[in-house]
Design a protein around this ligand. Structure first.
Ligand SMILES: NC(=O)C1=CN([C@@H]2O[C@H](COP(=O)(O)OP(=O)(O)OC[C@H]3O[C@@H](n4cnc5c(N)ncnc54)[C@H](O)[C@@H]3O)[C@@H](O)[C@H]2O)C=CC1
Ligand SMILES: CC(C)CC(=O)C(=O)O
Ligand SMILES: [Mg+2]
Length: 366
């Protein structure tokens, strides 16, 4: 029996994870999977219930699980330097405690959503890129950090952008291996002209390259990468970058696919144990209104089945069910376009479950 820990979190986290769990239950039934789920608190809801954003009980359950499904954390109620996500706590705490350094963020445009993309369809049609983001180091974790008062009474805030060679090498290997399995192109994104840490980053990527002769490595500055992502995104296959640049570039890539509500992610340790979550946050502006798009979370369940639970057929079935729902013109508001049926979070979950149930086990319609 495999164990999945479910961490709904805050805001829309509870709404979207509920749909993800329904879809997981549906594939369990369809494929006879032996997977048990348990729930725990994280983020603001954990602060409210226990006083801390990452209770020991949650961390212990996470360590014992084969995979974790997370919604999102944080919100204005806890936004004292976002207590719910801070590195030593909450979301960044669980990522670093479990050493989930390898963050895979695929940005795929479903052809049915070409109209929802912010770019012209000829620029994005067929888009399929993978952003590999280092997740447990870099400026989000570097020490020292803080806000201090200077002698003149003025305050200054400071953070440290630091990566060791071994941290760069291990994320580099994840990216090179991903590129080998995909289109054979890897673009490493840095700010080599300004930041010493990324001089080292580039050096390590170059040093790894001869071990992967089937991968064509290139380098790009992050400002240009942001521009190229919206100018000609199909030039990219796999992109690898540090924690903060990857955070920003993946939200940018999200809009190429129509909405941030479409982007799933996997955060993996060295043994492919993983936490799976949508790329977006807790969206307090739409929380509790049945407006959130649950597809990023549902697609994260598919990634969980593929990467950590080794249930590839079930993962494929979820992705096919999502595609069928989009074929049928069913859309949440964020991906809606003229002529489509606008539905809420729960109805989108209903539609995916129904499409799954209608698939035959060899992937064709029943
Ligand atoms: N992984 C996580 O748990 C993350 C947590 N956060 C936290 O979330 C809170 C809100 O952060 P924001 O910067 O507003 O980012 P956000 O990603 O929560 O929202 C940005 C915009 O995208 C929309 N949006 C996000 N997910 C959506 C979905 N599934 N369907 C439709 N629309 C969606 C929101 O309504 C909002 O207009 C903050 O407390 C932040 O710290 C932010 C990013 C990631
Ligand atoms: C706390 C943030 C780093 C979360 C976030 O924006 C992300 O992981 O994409
Ligand atoms: Mg982000």
């Amino acid at each position: 029996m495999k164990k999945v820990l479910v961490l709904p979190g805050d805001g829309i986290g509870t709404e979207i994870v509920a749909q993800g769990v329904r879809v997981l239950d549906a594939v369990k039934q369809k494929f006879g999977l032996q997977i048990e789920t348990d729930h725990a608190l994280i983020g603001g809801s954990a602060i409210d219930a226990t006083g801390v954003p990452l209770p020991d009980e949650t961390l212990n359950k996470a360590r014992a699980a084969d995979a974790i499904l997370l919604g999102a954390v944080g919100g204005p109620k806890w936004d004292d330097l976002d207590m719910a996500v801070r590195p030593e706590k909450g979301l960044l705490g669980i990522r670093s405690q479990l050493e989930l350094f390898g963050n895979l963020r695929p940005a795929i445009l479903y052809p049915q959503l070409a109209d929802a993309s912010t770019l012209k369809s000829e620029v994005v049609s067929g888009l399929d890129i993978l952003i590999v983001r280092e997740l447990t180091g870099g400026i989000y974790f570097g020490q020292p950090r803080g806000i201090r008062t200077l002698e003149n009474g003025e305050r200054e805030g400071f953070n440290t952008y630091v990566y060791s060679e071994s941290e760069i090498e291990r994320i580099g290997r994840v990216a090179f291996e991903a590129a080998q399995k995909r289109g054979g192109k890897l673009c490493s994104v840095d700010k080599h002209n300004v930041l010493e840490v990324t001089v080292l980053w580039r050096e390590v990527m170059d040093r790894l390259a001869p071990e992967y002769p089937d991968v064509e490595l290139s380098h790009m500055y992050v400002d240009n990468a942001a521009m190229q992502l919206v100018r000609a995104p199909k030039q990219f296959d796999v992109m690898v970058t540090g924690n903060m640049f990857g955070d920003i570039l993946s939200d940018c890539a999200a809009m190429l696919t129509g909405s941030i509500g479409m982007l799933p992610s996997a955060s993996l340790d060295a043994n492919n144990k993983g936490m799976y979550e949508p790329v977006h946050g807790s969206a307090p502006d739409i929380a509790g209104q049945d407006l959130a798009n649950p597809l990023a979370t549902i697609l994260s369940v598919a990634m969980m089945l593929r990467y950590s639970l080794n249930e590839v057929a079930a993962a494929d079935a979820i992705e096919q069910a999502v595609s069928k729902v989009l074929d049928a013109g069913i859309r949440t508001g964020d991906i809606w376009s003229e002529g489509c049926e606008k539905v809420g979070t729960q109805a989108m979950g209903d539609a995916v479950v129904q499409a799954l149930n209608e698939l035959s086990l060899n992937g064709e319609d029943a």
